[in-house]
Design a protein around this ligand. Structure first.
Ligand code: MLT
Length: 239
């Protein structure tokens, strides 16, 4: 049996031991949903960068620049952070340099903290991620991207569902209050996640930016069968 911890905010990372643990970074709306979609759509890899300058430098190496701040596409970038911008062959065989308000920073933080493995978690590839973790048993940390170090509902909901799925598979257990709280949110959400999340801050924020279709898409469960993780400092399909 392995242990699961849930960090409801990246600000909690310094207070947890990370070495030798799998870290599942989750930013449902929308960074990890977009990353998983891009890899599933044939992107060569996604490199998470901290700012626009890093993304601009990588354009010279053939990268597409992608990203948002406060949900809006960054000026001068090839694309924003919508999963729909990764479809219809737009990223096939392409390298993406992605920077977002919260999610991409978590990948860099998990690397610096010495994680054993770093995965991109999303509802879209939930089953594939659960199966991978079952087949690669080790203590896990679910790192919720939240919003500017504040807790958010959608990442917490994912963390509760992933935790519950691993416990129900008889491979994991938890004594972590963050994980227990996340599972309580899962219980409160019921079966209609979209209805439950209408009150969430980022759902409201993205609605004002007319990204409603992104929210509907990012809440779909297990429509993508790839596992996405960090290898040689970029996010790729784990075979
Ligand atoms: C984030 O980093 O919090 C999200 O990716 C923001 C967004 O895409 O709207």
């Amino acid at each position: 049996m392995f242990q699961i911890e849930v960090l409801l905010s990246p600000a909690l990372l310094p207070y947890h031991q990370v070495q030798n643990k799998h870290v599942i970074v989750v930013d449902i709306l929308r960074a990890t949903s977009t990353i998983v979609t891009a890899i599933n759509e044939g992107a060569n890899h996604v490199k998470t960068v901290l700012n626009a300058e890093e993304a601009a430098e990588l354009k010279g190496e053939g990268y597409l620049s992608a990203g948002e701040r406060n949900g809006a596409k960054m000026e001068g970038f090839d694309m924003g952070n919508s999963p729909f911008e990764c479809m219809e062959g737009k990223v096939l065989n392409r390298k993406l340099a992605l920077t977002t308000t919260n999610g991409t920073k978590c990948f860099n933080a998990a690397q610096e903290a010495g994680a054993k493995t770093i995965l991109a978690g999303s509802f879209l590839n939930l089953d594939a991620t659960v199966d991978w973790l079952i087949n690669h048993p080790a203590d896990c940390i679910v790192l919720c991207a939240g919003w500017k170090n504040k807790v958010n509902l959608e990442d917490t909901l994912y963390a509760g569902l992933l935790t519950q799925r691993l416990i129900d598979s008889n491979v994991a257990t938890t004594e972590d209050d963050g994980a227990l709280m996340a599972m309580d949110v899962l219980q409160m959400a019921g079966s209609d996640f979209a209805d439950y999340l209408k009150k969430s801050s980022h759902y409201q924020r993205l609605s004002h930016l007319h990204h409603h279709e992104d929210m509907v898409y990012c809440l779909k469960q297990s429509t993508i069968e790839v596992v996405v993780g960090m290898k040689d400092n970029v996010l790729v399909k784990f075979l």
